[in-house]
Write a protein that binds this ligand. Structure first.
Ligand code: ATP
Ligand code: MG
Length: 595
C-alpha cells in the first residue's frame, strides 16, 4: 500500500454562528418599500453603500454564487462559452452602433485623464460585436454563443426596491451569432429552454411572456417573469388560462367585447360642454357612454409633440405609442406645455378640450397625430375641438376630422378583455422580470460592419440574438416569492446554507455532543451547515434562523434524553420530533437530489 501524508482538508464552511459574518437587525430599514429589500437588509445579506449600490455581504454572496453557478452550468450545457468583458467601455464603439446619442441618462459617461470619453457598461452588445468582428471571419466558425456574468451600471432614474432595481447590479448576458434567421430562431428556442431550466433549478416559478424589445432593439423578444402578489412586481402580465397566451402589458393585445361606437348625433355640430375636463364629466354632461368619445392625449416623445387619439373608455400604453412613433423617451405633456401649444397654434383651450383639428406645430416640430385602432370604426362621435368648454358632436372621419395616417395598436390591455388567440377573458397578474431574450437580427452587426465570409464568398453581417438574466434581481425575486412574516424561506438550491443545527443549551454536554455529531455528519455528506453555538436564549436563535431563512433547522433540546431532535422545514413550517440520524438523512438526501 502506498503511504502518504494525508492532510486534513481545509474546512470549507464556517462552522459557528458566533463566527458567521452576519448582523441581523431588530427592525426593517426605514427606506425599504418592498419585502426583499426589507428582509435582505434586516437579515444581514446586504448593506447600502450609496443610492442603488449595495455591498453583498457573505450570506448574499453565497446566494449569488449559487445562482451564478446554476446559470453557468445551464449555459455551458446549452453550448454557450463564457468570457469576461471589461466594465469600462470606450465611446467609439457606442458611436459605431449609434447608441452613444440615443441611450440617454441611464448610460453613465465619464472621461479619463486624457479627456477620452468612456462609459460604465449598462450592457455589452457593442463590445461583443467588436469581439466577434475580430474573431469570427468565416461561416465555418458559426454559430457561436458567448456569455459573461458581470456587474453592470445603469444610472436608473429611480433606483429602488434594493437589489430589484439597483444602479450597479450583476447580470448574465449572452450573445449569439448566426448566419440565418432560422439559425437564430433555433438558438432562441435553445436559450428559452435553458432559461426555463435555470429558473426551475433556482426554485422559481416563471412565466415566459411576449414583450417589447425597448432600447436593445430587434423585433421578437420574451421576458421571464416571477409572478408575485407583492408590491415589487413592476410589470403587469396578461395571460389566458384557456390557452398559452401571455404578454407583458407593453406588448399585450386583446380583442374587445362589442360596444356602442356609433353615436346618436346625426349631424356635426359644436355644443357647449362647460367644465368637462375629464371623460367622466363629459359622459355625465352629454349622457353618453365613453365609447362614443374620441379622447386626445398630448405626449412629448424625444422633445417632439405627439397627439394620441383613443376611444374614451380606453387608456394609452406609452411604450406602444413610443414605438408607433419611433422614439426612445416618452412622457405626457404638462399643463403648461399644453397651454403653450394652444397659444402657438392660435387656440384658447385647456386639458379636456384638446383635439387634432387645427393643431400644427409645437417646439419647432410639426405635431404628429397617432390614432389607436379603436377609433377608426367610430361614427358620429364626440371629440375635442380646441375650444374651451366646447366639444364637437356627431363628428365623422373624413368629413369633420382627418383620420390620422398612423393608426396603430397603442392601447393598454385590461383584464377581462378577450384573449387574442382564443377569445376567452384575459387575466392580469404582476411580475418581476428576471430574464429576457431578444432576436436582434443585424441591429448591431450591420452598423458596426461585423461580417463573416459565407460559403459563397460574400461577406454578410451576423444575425444576432441576446439573452440576459439579472443575477442579483433573481436573488431578490426569490425572496419576494418565498417569505413569511418571520423572514426569508430560501429555496434549497440557492440558500446561503442548507441547514442550521441549534443546541438549545450550549452548557448541556449531551445537547452539544449530539449537535456537533449531526453537524459533522452533515458536513461530511456535502451539506452546508451552520451550528448555532451562541450562548443565547433558544427564542433568539430560532428568530435568527427564520429570518436568515435556513431551509432546514435541527434543534437539539431536552428531548434528546429520549433520543429525539426537533426537525423543522422552513418552507412549510412543519416540525417533527425524530431521531438525529433520520433528520440528517432527510437533509442529505434533499441536498443530493439538487445536483
Ligand atoms: P427593466 O425593464 O426591468 O429595466 P431591462 O429591460 O432594462 O429591465 P435588460 O436590459 O434586458 O433589462 O437586462 C437583462 C436583465 O437584467 C433583466 O431581465 C433584469 O433581470 C436585469 N436588470 C435590468 N435592470 C436592472 C436593474 N436596474 N437592477 C437589477 N437588475 C436589472
Ligand atoms: Mg431597464
Amino acid at each position: 500500500m502506498i503511504k502518504f501524508n494525508y492532510k486534513q482538508k481545509r474546512e470549507s464552511y464556517i462552522m459557528k454562528m458566533s463566527k458567521l459574518f452576519v448582523q441581523t437587525l431588530r427592525e426593517y430599514p426605514s427606506d425599504a418599500e418592498v419585502i426583499s429589500h426589507k428582509m435582505l437588509v434586516r437579515a444581514g445579506f446586504i448593506r447600502k453603500l450609496t443610492s442603488g449600490v449595495y455591498n453583498y455581504l457573505p450570506l448574499m454572496w453565497r446566494v449569488l454564487k449559487k445562482i451564478e453557478n446554476i446559470v453557468r452550468e445551464e449555459m455551458d450545457r446549452a453550448g454557450a462559452q463564457e468570457l469576461l468583458m471589461p466594465f469600462v467601455q470606450p465611446k467609439e464603439l457606442w458611436e459605431e452602433s449609434g447608441r452613444w446619442e440615443v441611450y440617454g441618462k441611464e448610460l453613465m459617461r465619464l472621461k479619463d485623464r486624457h479627456n477620452r470619453e468612456m462609459c460604465l457598461g449598462p450592457t455589452h452588445e457593442e463590445i461583443i460585436t467588436a469581439i466577434a468582428r475580430d474573431g469570427l471571419k468565416s461561416y465555418k466558425q458559426l454559430p457561436v454563443n458567448l456569455y459573461q456574468i458581470q456587474s453592470k451600471f445603469r444610472d436608473e432614474v429611480r433606483p429602488r426596491f434594493g437589489l430589484l432595481r439597483g444602479r450597479e447590479f450583476i447580470m448574465k448576458d449572452a450573445y449569439s451569432f448566426d448566419m440565418t434567421q432560422e439559425g437564430l430562431e433555433k438558438e432562441y428556442e435553445n436559450m428559452a429552454q435553458a432559461y426555463t431550466r435555470i429558473f426551475k433549478r433556482c426554485g422559481l416559478n416563471t412565466k415566459m411572456v411576449q414583450s417589447d424589445s425597448g432600447a436593445i432593439g430587434g423585433s421578437v423578444s420574451h421576458e421571464f417573469m416571477v409572478i408575485t402578489d407583492t408590491d415589487a412586481g413592476e410589470n403587469d402580465v396578461f395571460y389566458c388560462d384557456s390557452c398559452d397566451y401571455s404578454a407583458n402589458s407593453n406588448h399585450a393585445i386583446s380583442k374587445l367585447p362589442d360596444a356602442k361606437i356609433v353615436g346618436d348625433y346625426t349631424k356635426a355640430e359644436i355644443v357647449d360642454t362647460p367644465e368637462t375636463h375629464s371623460i367622466e364629466e363629459l359622459c355625465g354632461f352629454l349622457n353618453i357612454p365613453a365609447t362614443l368619445i374620441v379622447k386626445t392625449l398630448v405626449y412629448i416623445i424625444d422633445k417632439k409633440p405627439v397627439l394620441a387619439l383613443i376611444r374614451g373608455d380606453k387608456a394609452v400604453e406609452e411604450t406602444k405609442l413610443m414605438n408607433a412613433f419611433g422614439g426612445t423617451d416618452i412622457r405626457i405633456a404638462t399643463a403648461g406645455e399644453i397651454e403653450e401649444m394652444m397659444g402657438v397654434n392660435g387656440f384658447e383651450a385647456e386639458k379636456g378640450f384638446i383635439g387634432p383639428n387645427g393643431l400644427k406645430e409645437y417646439n419647432g416640430y410639426p405635431i404628429t397625430v397617432i390614432a389607436d385602432e379603436t377609433v377608426k370604426d367610430m361614427k358620429n362621435f364626440v371629440i375635442g375641438i380646441n375650444q374651451k368648454d366646447k366639444h364637437g358632436v356627431g363628428y365623422n372621419w373624413g368629413a369633420d376630422v382627418k383620420l390620422p395616417e398612423t393608426i396603430a395598436d397603442i392601447r393598454l390591455v385590461e383584464a377581462g378583455e378577450l384573449c387574442p388567440q382564443c377569445g376567452k377573458p384575459l387575466k392580469v397578474t404582476r411580475g418581476i422580470e428576471v430574464g429576457n431574450i431578444f432576436q436582434l437580427g443585424t441591429k448591431y452587426s450591420a452598423p458596426m460592419n461585423a461580417v463573416y465570409t459565407d460559403i459563397d464568398g460574400k461577406t454578410k453581417p451576423y444575425i444576432m440574438g441576446c439573452y440576459g438574466i439579472g443575477i442579483s434581481r433573481t436573488a431578490a425575486a426569490a425572496v419576494e416569492a418565498h417569505y413569511d412574516e418571520h423572514g426569508i424561506k430560501w429555496p434549497l438550491a440557492i440558500a446561503p446554507y442548507h441547514a442550521i443545527v441549534i443546541p438549545v443549551s450550549t452548557k448541556d454536554e449531551l445537547q452539544m455532543k449530539v449537535a456537533n455529531d449531526i453537524y459533522e455528519t452533515l458536513k461530511k455528506h456535502g451539506v452546508e451547515v451552520v451550528i448555532d453555538d451562541r450562548d443565547e436564549r433558544a427564542g433568539v436563535k430560532f428568530k435568527d434562523a427564520d429570518l436568515i431563512g435556513f431551509p432546514y433547522r435541527i434543534t437539539v433540546g431536552k428531548s434528546i434524553t429520549e433520543g429525539l431532535v426537533e426537525f423543522k422545514v422552513r418552507e412549510n413550517g412543519e416540525t417533527s420530533n425524530i431521531k438525529p440520524e433520520e433528520a440528517a438523512e432527510i437533509v442529505v438526501t434533499a441536498v443530493h437530489e439538487l445536483k
